[in-house]
Design a protein around this ligand. Structure first.
Ligand SMILES: *[C@@H]1O[C@H](CO)[C@@H](O)[C@H](O)[C@H]1NC(C)=O
Ligand SMILES: *[C@@H]1O[C@H](CO)[C@@H](O)[C@H](O)[C@H]1NC(C)=O
Ligand SMILES: *[C@@H]1O[C@H](CO)[C@@H](O)[C@H](O)[C@H]1NC(C)=O
Ligand SMILES: *[C@@H]1O[C@H](CO)[C@@H](O)[C@H](O)[C@H]1NC(C)=O
Length: 203
Protein backbone atom coordinates (compact mmCIF):
# COMPACT_ATOMS: atom_id res chain seq x y z
CA UNK A 1 0.00 0.00 0.00
CA UNK A 2 0.89 3.61 0.27
CA UNK A 3 3.64 4.52 2.71
CA UNK A 4 2.07 7.73 3.79
CA UNK A 5 4.02 8.30 6.90
CA UNK A 6 7.05 10.12 5.57
CA UNK A 7 5.83 11.64 2.35
CA UNK A 8 3.47 14.48 1.78
CA UNK A 9 -0.24 13.96 1.64
CA UNK A 10 -0.28 15.08 -1.96
CA UNK A 11 2.26 12.51 -3.08
CA UNK A 12 0.43 9.96 -1.08
CA UNK A 13 -2.86 10.67 -2.77
CA UNK A 14 -1.16 10.58 -6.11
CA UNK A 15 0.28 7.19 -5.35
CA UNK A 16 -3.06 6.01 -4.13
CA UNK A 17 -4.73 7.18 -7.32
CA UNK A 18 -2.19 5.32 -9.38
CA UNK A 19 -2.64 2.18 -7.36
CA UNK A 20 -6.34 2.24 -7.03
CA UNK A 21 -9.32 1.87 -9.28
CA UNK A 22 -11.78 2.61 -6.58
CA UNK A 23 -14.53 5.16 -6.78
CA UNK A 24 -14.12 8.69 -5.55
CA UNK A 25 -16.40 7.87 -2.64
CA UNK A 26 -13.93 5.28 -1.40
CA UNK A 27 -11.20 7.77 -2.04
CA UNK A 28 -12.79 10.28 0.30
CA UNK A 29 -13.05 7.66 2.99
CA UNK A 30 -9.43 6.86 2.52
CA UNK A 31 -8.38 10.45 3.08
CA UNK A 32 -10.52 10.70 6.16
CA UNK A 33 -9.15 7.48 7.58
CA UNK A 34 -5.63 8.45 6.79
CA UNK A 35 -5.85 11.91 8.20
CA UNK A 36 -7.30 10.51 11.37
CA UNK A 37 -4.48 8.05 11.69
CA UNK A 38 -1.21 8.26 9.89
CA UNK A 39 -0.83 11.43 7.90
CA UNK A 40 -1.83 14.04 10.37
CA UNK A 41 -0.42 12.78 13.60
CA UNK A 42 -0.98 16.11 15.17
CA UNK A 43 -0.91 15.97 18.91
CA UNK A 44 -2.22 18.72 21.06
CA UNK A 45 -1.20 19.14 24.65
CA UNK A 46 -1.88 21.82 27.18
CA UNK A 47 0.75 22.86 29.64
CA UNK A 48 2.64 25.79 31.12
CA UNK A 49 6.21 26.78 30.46
CA UNK A 50 8.18 27.65 33.54
CA UNK A 51 10.99 30.09 32.81
CA UNK A 52 14.29 29.43 34.49
CA UNK A 53 15.16 33.13 34.70
CA UNK A 54 11.92 34.57 36.03
CA UNK A 55 10.62 31.63 38.04
CA UNK A 56 7.28 32.41 36.41
CA UNK A 57 5.50 31.20 33.33
CA UNK A 58 5.36 32.18 29.70
CA UNK A 59 2.13 33.98 29.00
CA UNK A 60 0.66 34.97 25.68
CA UNK A 61 -1.40 38.09 26.17
CA UNK A 62 -1.95 38.75 22.47
CA UNK A 63 0.83 40.29 20.44
CA UNK A 64 2.67 40.69 23.72
CA UNK A 65 4.37 37.72 25.25
CA UNK A 66 6.31 37.63 28.50
CA UNK A 67 7.51 35.20 31.13
CA UNK A 68 5.76 36.77 34.10
CA UNK A 69 2.70 34.55 34.27
CA UNK A 70 1.56 33.09 37.56
CA UNK A 71 1.17 29.37 37.96
CA UNK A 72 -2.39 28.68 36.86
CA UNK A 73 -2.86 32.11 35.30
CA UNK A 74 -5.20 31.96 32.33
CA UNK A 75 -2.73 33.48 29.87
CA UNK A 76 -0.08 30.99 30.94
CA UNK A 77 -2.04 28.02 29.64
CA UNK A 78 -0.46 26.99 26.37
CA UNK A 79 -1.92 24.81 23.67
CA UNK A 80 1.02 23.06 22.07
CA UNK A 81 0.54 21.37 18.71
CA UNK A 82 3.10 18.90 17.52
CA UNK A 83 3.55 19.17 13.78
CA UNK A 84 3.59 15.80 12.07
CA UNK A 85 6.75 14.01 13.17
CA UNK A 86 9.65 14.92 15.33
CA UNK A 87 9.77 17.84 17.65
CA UNK A 88 8.37 20.69 15.60
CA UNK A 89 5.71 22.52 17.53
CA UNK A 90 3.47 25.54 17.58
CA UNK A 91 2.65 27.24 20.85
CA UNK A 92 -0.68 28.99 21.17
CA UNK A 93 -2.12 30.85 24.12
CA UNK A 94 -5.29 29.09 25.19
CA UNK A 95 -6.95 32.30 26.31
CA UNK A 96 -5.75 34.76 23.66
CA UNK A 97 -5.54 32.39 20.69
CA UNK A 98 -2.26 34.00 19.60
CA UNK A 99 0.76 31.92 18.61
CA UNK A 100 4.34 32.55 19.65
CA UNK A 101 6.27 33.59 16.54
CA UNK A 102 9.70 34.95 15.81
CA UNK A 103 10.06 37.47 13.02
CA UNK A 104 13.07 38.03 10.81
CA UNK A 105 14.54 40.60 13.17
CA UNK A 106 14.48 37.98 15.93
CA UNK A 107 11.61 39.61 17.74
CA UNK A 108 9.15 37.42 19.62
CA UNK A 109 5.60 38.38 18.73
CA UNK A 110 2.13 36.88 19.09
CA UNK A 111 0.23 36.20 15.89
CA UNK A 112 -3.30 34.96 15.32
CA UNK A 113 -2.33 33.22 12.12
CA UNK A 114 0.15 30.61 13.26
CA UNK A 115 0.66 28.93 9.91
CA UNK A 116 3.91 30.66 9.03
CA UNK A 117 7.20 28.81 9.64
CA UNK A 118 8.04 31.78 11.89
CA UNK A 119 5.58 30.29 14.37
CA UNK A 120 7.18 26.86 14.42
CA UNK A 121 9.79 25.92 17.00
CA UNK A 122 11.86 22.84 17.52
CA UNK A 123 12.06 21.41 21.00
CA UNK A 124 15.48 20.62 22.35
CA UNK A 125 15.83 18.55 25.48
CA UNK A 126 18.89 19.65 27.39
CA UNK A 127 21.12 17.62 29.65
CA UNK A 128 20.17 19.79 32.59
CA UNK A 129 16.58 18.64 32.15
CA UNK A 130 15.39 21.93 30.82
CA UNK A 131 13.77 22.33 27.42
CA UNK A 132 14.72 24.96 24.85
CA UNK A 133 12.79 26.07 21.79
CA UNK A 134 14.74 27.04 18.73
CA UNK A 135 13.10 28.73 15.75
CA UNK A 136 12.40 26.31 12.91
CA UNK A 137 13.05 29.11 10.47
CA UNK A 138 15.93 31.11 11.95
CA UNK A 139 18.65 28.65 12.87
CA UNK A 140 20.19 29.10 16.28
CA UNK A 141 17.66 31.68 17.44
CA UNK A 142 15.89 30.63 20.62
CA UNK A 143 12.78 31.60 22.48
CA UNK A 144 14.13 33.36 25.54
CA UNK A 145 13.17 35.85 28.25
CA UNK A 146 15.33 38.11 30.35
CA UNK A 147 15.07 38.50 34.11
CA UNK A 148 12.29 41.01 33.75
CA UNK A 149 10.37 38.47 31.72
CA UNK A 150 10.75 40.35 28.47
CA UNK A 151 11.42 38.39 25.30
CA UNK A 152 14.96 38.40 24.02
CA UNK A 153 15.84 38.93 20.42
CA UNK A 154 16.64 35.67 18.70
CA UNK A 155 20.11 36.67 17.63
CA UNK A 156 21.08 37.44 21.23
CA UNK A 157 20.25 33.95 22.41
CA UNK A 158 22.17 30.70 22.72
CA UNK A 159 21.23 27.29 23.96
CA UNK A 160 23.51 27.59 26.99
CA UNK A 161 21.81 30.70 28.36
CA UNK A 162 19.45 30.23 31.29
CA UNK A 163 17.14 32.67 29.53
CA UNK A 164 16.17 30.03 26.98
CA UNK A 165 15.61 27.24 29.53
CA UNK A 166 12.10 26.14 30.37
CA UNK A 167 10.30 23.40 32.20
CA UNK A 168 7.00 22.11 31.02
CA UNK A 169 4.52 22.02 33.82
CA UNK A 170 1.02 20.79 33.92
CA UNK A 171 -1.81 22.84 35.24
CA UNK A 172 -1.43 24.29 38.68
CA UNK A 173 0.26 21.87 41.03
CA UNK A 174 0.65 19.07 38.51
CA UNK A 175 3.45 17.84 36.34
CA UNK A 176 2.89 17.11 32.69
CA UNK A 177 2.48 13.32 32.67
CA UNK A 178 4.90 12.93 29.78
CA UNK A 179 7.50 14.84 31.74
CA UNK A 180 7.14 13.13 35.08
CA UNK A 181 10.23 11.02 34.57
CA UNK A 182 12.30 14.00 33.66
CA UNK A 183 11.26 16.55 36.23
CA UNK A 184 9.84 16.89 39.61
CA UNK A 185 8.58 20.42 39.85
CA UNK A 186 11.08 23.05 40.84
CA UNK A 187 14.65 21.98 41.45
CA UNK A 188 16.82 23.06 44.37
CA UNK A 189 18.75 25.12 41.92
CA UNK A 190 15.81 27.14 40.66
CA UNK A 191 14.54 27.63 44.19
CA UNK A 192 17.93 29.00 45.14
CA UNK A 193 17.90 31.29 42.14
CA UNK A 194 14.53 32.60 43.19
CA UNK A 195 15.66 33.24 46.75
CA UNK A 196 18.53 35.29 45.43
CA UNK A 197 16.13 37.54 43.57
CA UNK A 198 13.30 37.93 46.03
CA UNK A 199 12.22 41.34 44.76
CA UNK A 200 11.57 40.28 41.24
CA UNK A 201 8.14 41.56 40.38
CA UNK A 202 5.92 40.82 37.46
CA UNK A 203 6.16 43.42 34.78
C1 LIG B 1 -12.56 4.24 6.20
O1 LIG B 1 -13.36 4.08 7.36
C2 LIG B 1 -14.71 3.76 7.08
C3 LIG B 1 -15.48 3.67 8.37
O2 LIG B 1 -14.80 4.32 9.40
C4 LIG B 1 -14.78 2.43 6.31
O3 LIG B 1 -16.12 2.12 6.00
C5 LIG B 1 -13.97 2.54 5.04
O4 LIG B 1 -13.94 1.30 4.39
C6 LIG B 1 -12.55 2.98 5.35
N1 LIG B 1 -11.83 3.17 4.09
C7 LIG B 1 -10.62 2.72 3.89
C8 LIG B 1 -10.03 2.95 2.54
O5 LIG B 1 -9.94 2.16 4.75
C1 LIG C 1 -1.33 3.45 10.26
O1 LIG C 1 -0.03 2.96 10.48
C2 LIG C 1 0.00 1.77 11.25
C3 LIG C 1 1.44 1.39 11.52
O2 LIG C 1 2.32 2.30 10.99
C4 LIG C 1 -0.75 0.67 10.49
O3 LIG C 1 -0.76 -0.51 11.23
C5 LIG C 1 -2.18 1.11 10.23
O4 LIG C 1 -2.85 0.16 9.45
C6 LIG C 1 -2.18 2.45 9.50
N1 LIG C 1 -3.56 2.90 9.39
C7 LIG C 1 -4.09 3.24 8.23
C8 LIG C 1 -5.50 3.69 8.25
O5 LIG C 1 -3.46 3.21 7.18
C1 LIG D 1 -1.93 32.75 7.21
O1 LIG D 1 -0.62 32.93 6.75
C2 LIG D 1 -0.30 32.17 5.62
C3 LIG D 1 1.19 32.34 5.31
O2 LIG D 1 1.91 32.75 6.39
C4 LIG D 1 -1.15 32.59 4.46
O3 LIG D 1 -0.87 31.80 3.34
C5 LIG D 1 -2.62 32.42 4.83
O4 LIG D 1 -3.42 32.92 3.82
C6 LIG D 1 -2.91 33.15 6.14
N1 LIG D 1 -4.27 32.85 6.54
C7 LIG D 1 -5.12 33.79 6.91
C8 LIG D 1 -6.48 33.33 7.32
O5 LIG D 1 -4.82 34.98 6.91
C1 LIG E 1 17.49 15.01 35.21
O1 LIG E 1 16.40 14.15 35.55
C2 LIG E 1 16.80 12.84 35.84
C3 LIG E 1 15.55 12.00 36.05
O2 LIG E 1 14.64 12.65 36.90
C4 LIG E 1 17.71 12.85 37.07
O3 LIG E 1 18.13 11.55 37.36
C5 LIG E 1 18.91 13.75 36.77
O4 LIG E 1 19.71 13.84 37.92
C6 LIG E 1 18.47 15.12 36.35
N1 LIG E 1 19.61 15.89 35.94
C7 LIG E 1 19.87 17.12 36.42
C8 LIG E 1 21.08 17.78 35.87
O5 LIG E 1 19.13 17.66 37.23
Amino acid sequence: GCGCTYISLQMCLHEYLLESHQSSADFRFYIKNQSRDNVSRKQVRIYQLYSRTTGKHVQILGKKINANGEDGGKYALLVVETETFGSQIRIQGKESGYYICMDKSGKIIGKLNGSSPECVFVEEFLENNYTAFVSAKYKGWYLGFNRKGRPKKGMRTAQTQQEVHFMKRGLKGTVDPQEEFRFTTVTKRTRRARRLRPNLKTN
